[in-house]
Design a protein around this ligand. Sequence first.
Ligand code: GDP
Length: 830
Amino acid sequence: MSDNDGKKTLGLRGGNRPGNVTQSFSHGRKKNVVVETKRKRVVVPKPGAAKTGGGSPKAGGDPNRRPAGISDAEMERRLKALQAAKAREAEDAAKREAEEKARAEARERRRLEAEAKEREQREAEERARKKAEDEERKKKEAEEVAKRAAAEAAAPKKEAAPQGRGAPTNKPAPQPTQRKADREREQRGGRGKGRDDGRRSGKLTLGQATGGENNRHRSMAAMKRKQERARQKAMGSAVEREKVVRDVQLPEAIMVSELANRMAERVADVVKELMKMGMMVTQNQTIDADTAELIIEEFGHKVVRVSDADVEDVISDVEDKDEELQSRPPVITIMGHVDHGKTSLLDAIRDAKVVSGEAGGITQHIGAYQVKTDDGVTLSFLDTPGHAAFTSMRSRGAQVTDIVVLVVAADDSVMPQTIEAINHAKAAEVPMIVAINKIDKPAADPNKVRAELLQHEVIVEAMSGEVQDVEVSAHTGQGLDELLESIALQAEILELKANPDRAAQGAVIEAQLDVGRGPVATVLVQKGTLRQGDIFVVGEQYGKVRALINDKGERVKEAGPSVPVEVLGLNGTPEAGDVLNVTETEAQAREIAEYRAQVAKDKRAAAGAATTLEQLMQKAKEDETVAELPILVKADVQGSAEAIVQAMEKIGNNEVRVRVLHSGVGAITETDVGLAEASGAPIMGFNVRANASARNTANQKGVEIRYYSVIYDLVDDVKAAASGLLSAEIRENFIGYANIKEVFKVTGVGKVAGCLVTEGVARRSAGVRLLRDNVVIHEGTLKTLKRFKDEVPEVQSGQECGMAFENYDDIRPNDVIEIFEREEVTRTLD
Ligand code: GDP
């Protein structure tokens, strides 16, 4: 046939040139004849043919042009055969095509069925595993419930939720048949949709599970298929695409985008899936674990539930091996009584000018710096005089101090805060070095200080003890080198070591919200090396190190153990004492921070519930003697906040107390205003201001916000306010004295004393006391005050008068009458 085709072409070409007909014929080939015939058929309207052939459909009208020996009938037969053959050929091709298609489809079906089977098996296994895990989890939860009453609320929710949302446990049952039906339906549609649909292994939609499949689902599926086809095309291969089943770590709450990320699915798909479940959420919203679990199953992945606290596991402390440890500089805190020269000493050591402009004289900024001794030993000083920061950091689990330098002024003695400092150092088991300061002063008596320290079980070397003592002067610089040497020596004894080659861990020693730079934290690295670009979690905050700035204000790329650096790139302001940990991924850091924030929020809520105004009032009723002044404190840095809180705690006596409901760092927010309003408390802003919305709310709700930049002013104002809560004092003023000369008996009145006013004035309305031999034998009021016969309001000194007591008769000559008036005096706290 194909042979014929070839010649046919030739013949046709020949046929186009009538002159060639004979030539073609002269070759005398049979097949040529056929071609010739065809040509004739085709060229029916040829002038020659038209003349001779007339209307003959056979076109064989011209016997001259017909190949020799071929009759009309033969011609017709051949024509028919040709046509039949052509038809057959077309038919065959169609049939082959159909067969091919059917075979492919059958193949595909078989493959899909095998896949489905495999999937079913896998799912069954997964279900079994999940069930086991579920049981395990529930068991754990049950245990937790027993431990934590708070978990009680969560547990029933967990069980109820899946049933409410279309029972994922029922899902696998209708799945295979449902999918098969889908496939068949779609194949019948002739568009081969079932193929891709079937491939969505395990991706049973909620609609399918509940039998309520809808158009939206199909269009979504179609969209997915389209994407898939495009992707495959782009990949240029028909390689079998295996759905990757992932283990998805699922905490108790997860952000939608993070969920998508963990499943390696598109965020938009996840959001759509959630919408189908009736949850309108954006990618930045957080959903609960039960919902997330449904979604994960929907996408055919495996859920690995992690308990909330587990999120902290990624930063669990790894023990460093001995060979990894390298020596590190010691971290020193200077403690001592106020005005004994802590700040001066720190400044002298830093060899810098005295920090000026300290509002109110209380150190407001906490930092740290490093110095090098003449011998080249590096020492890290915490710029945090006083023990408040020391203890508050320690209470948060950040023990950063290796050595305490106890400052005692040589011209003073061991004072209350000196003793406190000794106790703190002892409690923290931190070695101490005594710096006897102000040795330049003429009144300096270091031995007196040493002897006094002895009483507090601090035996210095000069007293043949073990505690190093150095006489110094922050003013003249005397003994400073010796002090640094002592510290270096002590550090050597301590053999301080850390592994610099690990994920960094550090403690926040200061944190503040900087207008230009955002939240800034001074971190003292304790382990490992903190580098620019590191992702970290710190307390309830997290971030990525945008820049590191050392104590000299220089940008550095990294900071090793015992190095203090300012860290930029936080998402919020942490608190002093918060621990910083570098994590591998931002997701981990965020998750831990969110978990901690939640825990803290729960704690605050619990604490807040205990300090509502109602409860305060209730408490005040029960315990009427103590009045409380609630306040909120917001400060620019943690150090100031702590200093203020401490000062507040000291205000008051057994009648009135200041209660700091909340203290924090940063601007005054609406939340603060809300809390203040609920508790009827004013807000004290120290070097911070309220943001606009907080200001508006405060105006509306009548919450008082006061701004300060000097701690003492704040303290004074709070004292004044607390004083207002003191019940006014009744003060007595003596206004006069009178001596009783004689006693008369007057009928109808009783005993009347004839007196001489010796001092001041006797007043009718005043209070009186009867003194006999300087002992008060009666206190009361006057019934009558007479001058001669007349009743008078008052009688001046040197004059005689008659006085009678209300309800009292036992008066004798030579008794003394004391006349006094009471006045109400508003008291103040001192
Ligand atoms: P802090 O409250 O412990 O920080 O004490 P300061 O450092 O503020 O010092 C209190 C006062 O003592 C300041 O007036 C200092 O000038 C003074 N002072 C500190 N050290 C010395 C010293 O070595 N010699 C003398 N003469 N005065 C000192």
